[in-house]
Write a protein that binds this ligand. Structure first.
Ligand code: NAP
Length: 285
């Protein structure tokens, strides 16, 4: 419901650099009839997290988004953490209900909604994830929730990939490999979806890409890169050249923002406005 009330929101992280969140949320707040909702950037270094959590309460911020390097560290300072965020081990959204701080992970919602938008049904699929960091954990949990048939994690650090696979093995059929190993190449040949969750190819290192042979993928496999800047990474460019359908990280970013907006305000935002802002900022047509 529209309101002239003042409420404050923001994003904490380090380094924050140029974040797309303020423009995206402010446009959505305005359109939803909240002209006095503010959204600020708070660059916060590692050692100051406890002060910041007190600050959220002290300043009565209604909600914050959380990004690198605080997504995991903030959890122990919150009053409650929702089930998805607890399993993933990371919070990207905090809601303040009168001094009670609850953490959520909307990356998983955003990821699954992005698959739905691309008409990709994850149930029973063979999924391959590149990388074993924070984004990989959210995506892995999303695929487990939707009962993917088999999930393979490929990373430069085989031990990390195997450890992550083991940790989530209670939720699905998961394997972890060195992405240069022969058995990983075999897995690629039956993949329905290949998802890059590493920062390889992200601005300004736009000439990089994960060292996997896209040629090995079966026809029609969806090639997904969670990077959104640039909109078309070298990884996606190569996949397109080979005729594969592709998806970049902008839809996931947009749809995790949609879910955070819902948690912040209790309302569904105008997604077209948010998409338009992101496209403008990312210079996408
Ligand atoms: P993270 O926790 O640091 O994990 C990064 C992963 O990539 C790790 O497995 C890391 O391997 C691997 N990696 C990093 N540099 C590498 C390199 N040079 N060669 C090979 N592997 C490398 O980061 P994150 O939070 O998962 O974020 C990863 C990417 O996802 C970023 O580009 C971020 O912007 C994007 N992202 C997008 C969305 C979205 O909504 N679209 C949401 C979240 C994240 P090691 O463990 O061996 O270091």
């Amino acid at each position: 419901m529209a309101s002239n009330e003042i409420k404050n929101f923001g994003i904490i992280g380090w380094p924050l650099g140029h974040t797309l969140s303020p423009k995206m949320y402010l446009a959505a707040f305005k359109t939803a009839g909240f002209p006095n909702y503010n959204y600020s950037t708070f660059p916060v270094q590692k050692g100051r997290l406890l002060l910041v959590v007190d600050g959220i309460k002290g300043l009565d911020l209604r909600g914050v988004n959380v990004t690198i390097p605080h997504k995991t560290a903030i959890m122990r300072h919150l009053d409650a953490v929702d089930a998805d965020a607890r399993i993933i081990g990371a919070v990207n959204t905090v809601v303040n209900d009168g001094g009670m701080l609850t953490g959520y992970n909307t990356d998983v919602t955003g990821f699954l909604a992005s698959l739905a938008e691309a008409n990709f049904m994850p149930e029973d699929c063979n999924a391959v994830i590149l990388g074993a960091g924070g984004a990989a954990r959210a995506i892995l949990w999303g695929l487990c929730k939707r009962k993917a048939g088999y999930i393979t994690i490929g990373a430069r650090n085989a031990e990390k990939a195997q450890k992550l696979a083991e940790e989530f093995s209670q939720y699905g059929n998961i394997g972890g490999h060195d992405w240069n190993a022969e058995e990983f190449k075999e897995v690629l040949q039956t993949a329905d979806i290949l998802i890059n969750t590493t920062p390889l190819g992200m601005y300004p290192n736009v000439d990089e890409m994960p060292p996997v042979s896209l040629e090995l993928l079966p026809e029609g496999a969806l090639v997904y890169d969670v990077i959104y800047n640039p909109a078309k990474t070298k990884f996606l460019e190569k996949a397109e050249e080979l005729g594969f359908p592709t998806l970049n990280g902008m839809t996931m970013l947009l749809l995790q923002g949609k879910e955070s907006f819902r948690l912040f305000t209790g309302e569904i935002p105008d997604i077209d406005i948010m998409r338009r802002v992101l496209k403008q900022e990312l210079k996408v047509k």
